[in-house]
Design a protein around this ligand. Structure first.
Ligand code: SAM
Length: 320
């Protein structure tokens, strides 16, 4: 097996698979207002990679990279028709941790089948508990439906983390209500700084509510101490004096590129080594081991040395 490693000792251990690039929400950080219909239909639902095709690619990547974690994402991964069969297949490949990121809209129905198929944990995106603010962020109703999904996932025995992107002037008033909600369910919550991606490429700064800002809002209500950031993890964590935990993913103000171990596969079979890159690398010539290694090395070269530099490709297409 060829060694795939860059000058900083980075390699790929985590694979994020974007199963499709359409979504049933139209979140303001993913799609511009005029693109909502496009987001709902993007990619053509018929052209998705089949379960066997995905398993072949994932199996090869696992053989080459000894993956520790796979995360299914999108678009909205719960819209992928063969989801439970795919989870079962990945489980059979022996990848230790199978995780998924979802907006939670279909979670109430799918939590148990996913758990039974071998899913370990889900990250649920929830940017507001207030219905009006939820609508402003996602352009759909309702937060209540996502909360029912979270409760169903907890009930099914899935490990649940809540992810909340905080945007200045839109949902920064939801930091404490979201914290209360997460604490009430004993879930971990992570706040995300907004990233300069897609239509926000040149204007993310205007919406940036930084890690420092987030911590000062929480400090008005809670005392907490730092737990730091583990290994290649994206979030730094804190523990409140009452024993609850929360995290911040500070892509913009505390970048963590130096130990990033993520490889991305999009819904058309391209790989990307970095969110900052909008240059897809097509995985073809499946039989040619040398070409395969070359492409992984090419993807590794896309990683930034220090920080995320922005991209005009929305996460809708490259997977969150
Ligand atoms: N539909 C699923 C969901 O909502 O979780 C999975 C895909 S979505 C692209 C995954 C997550 O990416 C979003 O919920 C959000 O946390 C994150 N995301 C997308 N665009 C972002 C941006 N510009 N800045 C920060 N986070 C972003």
């Amino acid at each position: 097996m060829a060694v795939i490693q860059d000058q900083y000792g980075r390699t790929f251990r985590t694979l994020r698979v974007s199963l499709l690039n359409h979504c049933n929400l139209g979140c303001v950080y993913c799609v511009a207002g005029e693109d909502i219909v496009k987001a709902a239909n993007a990619g053509g639902k018929k052209d998705l990679l089949s379960v066997p095709a995905l398993l072949e690619i994932i199996g090869r990547l696992h053989g080459q990279l000894e993956l520790g974690t796979i995360r299914l994402t999108g678009g909205e991964p719960l819209l992928y028709p063969g989801l439970t069969a795919l989870i079962r297949g990945i489980h059979d490949l022996g990848i230790p941790a199978i995780k998924l990121t979802t907006n939670g809209f279909l979670l109430e129905r799918l939590a148990i089948p996913m758990k039974e198929a071998g899913m370990a944990s889900v990250n649920v995106s929830l940017d507001a508990v207030d219905e009006d603010v939820f609508y402003k962020m996602s352009r759909r109703h309702s937060a209540e439906r996502v909360i029912r999904g979270i409760d169903a996932a907890l009930e099914a025995g899935l490990d649940v983390k809540i992810n909340s992107v905080i945007m200045r002037g839109i949902n920064d008033g939801q930091i404490l209500p979201l914290l209360d909600f997460a604490f009430s369910r004993r879930c971990s919550i992570r706040y995300l700084e907004v990233m300069a991606m897609g239509h926000l490429h040149d204007q993310a700064e205007k919406y940036l509510f930084s890690q420092k800002d987030i911590l000062s809002v929480i400090a008005a209500r809670h005392s907490f101490s730092s737990l730091g950031r583990a290994g290649a993890a994206t979030a730094s964590y804190w523990r409140t004096d009452e024993g609850h935990q929360f995290g911040v993913i500070a892509n913009e103000t505390e970048p963590f590129c130096r130990d990033c171990d993520r490889l991305r596969l999009d819904s058309s079979g391209h790989i990307y080594g970095c969110l900052s890159s909008n240059h897809p690398i097509q995985l073809d010539n499946m039989e040619d081991e040398t070409k395969w290694v070359e492409k992984l090395q090419q993807a590794l070269l896309q990683k930034q040395a220090l920080r995320f530099t922005g991209s005009d490709l929305s996460m809708l297409y490259i997977g969150g």
